[in-house]
Design a protein around this ligand. Structure first.
Ligand SMILES: NC(=O)c1ccc[n+]([C@@H]2O[C@H](COP(=O)([O-])OP(=O)(O)OC[C@H]3O[C@@H](n4cnc5c(N)ncnc54)[C@H](OP(=O)(O)O)[C@@H]3O)[C@@H](O)[C@H]2O)c1
Length: 256
């Protein structure tokens, strides 16, 4: 969102409809649309800020202690709010993790962020994070996860589960590339659903995974909300496993 001025109205409307339907967690980042995505979120949540849970992210190049605090203040201005509910390090960069965590702590103490977490952290990064004094406060790791990208199931996911850290699954329909899959379509027909809904229901089958599809079309927002009510059967899951097999061994974390 925020990448084309012509789509701005529709993007705001899609977010507003999402809020109406109870999809109140909104994921954004200083990077998206060079800050414009955060302005779109501000417009969408106007008058309903307290009903929403806003997630934003600091870019690695800004993630020194002072840089994190300054980036958060810029995001707050664009978001027209006094707090970010969850603030993530977008991916690992050069600044030491201690630096970023010290920035997060200062922001938490000031009440400008409620929780902090990370994104695109693999098991090794999480291990390093956890070894730090404040590391275990981390609220989430936001990573790529969908039927075609199941790598985390062999390493990161159980690691996080053992420590009670929920995962946020980004690009759950592989940016639209899962939509024409034959097996997904067959499962969708059985449920009188769409392929996108089945891809979302599959990611949502696990209670400790939050799923954050992007939809800037009103019809897509409605469909995605309805996906929360779909329960896949053992037969569905077995068919999907045959086409999209779970990983046999841990591999490097994929990113988009
Ligand atoms: N932390 C990270 O590094 C990272 C990286 C990538 C993404 N993310 C986050 O994850 C979010 C989602 O990821 P994403 O945008 O990469 O991929 P995605 O959610 O898998 O796919 C988005 C695409 O799917 C379409 N779509 C959505 N719902 C649909 C439906 N029901 N039927 C058909 N098409 C549908 C959207 O179209 P319309 O827009 O036209 O509705 C859009 O083109 C992003 O918005 C971002 O917040 C985070």
């Amino acid at each position: 969102m925020g990448e084309s001025i012509r789509q701005r109205k529709e993007e705001v409307a899609a977010l507003r409809l999402g809020i109406d339907l109870g999809l109140t967690l909104i994921d954004t980042a200083e990077m998206y649309g060079d800050g414009v995505a955060e302005e779109i979120v501000a417009e969408a949540v106007e008058g309903r800020r307290d009903a929403c849970f806003i997630v934003s992210k600091v870019l690695p190049e800004n993630s020194t202690r002072a840089g994190t605090i300054a980036a958060c203040e810029r995001s707050l201005r664009r978001l027209k709010t006094d707090r970010i509910d969850l603030y993530l390090l977008h991916w690992r960069g050069r600044p030491r993790l201690e630096e970023t965590l010290s920035g997060f702590e200062a922001l938490s103490d000031a009440g400008t962020i409620r929780y902090w977490g990370v994104s695109n952290f693999d098991v090794q990064d999480m291990g390093e994070l956890y070894a730090l004094k404040r590391g275990p406060v981390c609220a989430t790791d936001q990573v790529l996860y969908n039927l075609r990208r199941r790598g985390i199931e062999a390493g990161l996911l159980p690691w996080c589960r053992d420590r009670g850290i929920p995962i946020m699954a980004y690009s759950p329909i592989e940016q639209g590339r899962l939509l024409r899959d034959r097996v997904l379509t067959a499962v969708a027909i059985r449920h009188r659903a769409t392929t996108a809904q089945i891809a979302l229901a599959w990611a949502l089958r696990q209670p400790d995974i939050m799923v954050i599809p992007k939809a800037a079309t009103l019809a897509h927002v409605r469909e995605n909300r309805a996906a929360l009510d779909i329960r896949l059967t053992d037969q569905d899951l077995a068919e999907l496993d045959r086409t999209f097999p779970p990983p046999k061994r841990p591999g490097p974390l994929e990113m988009l």
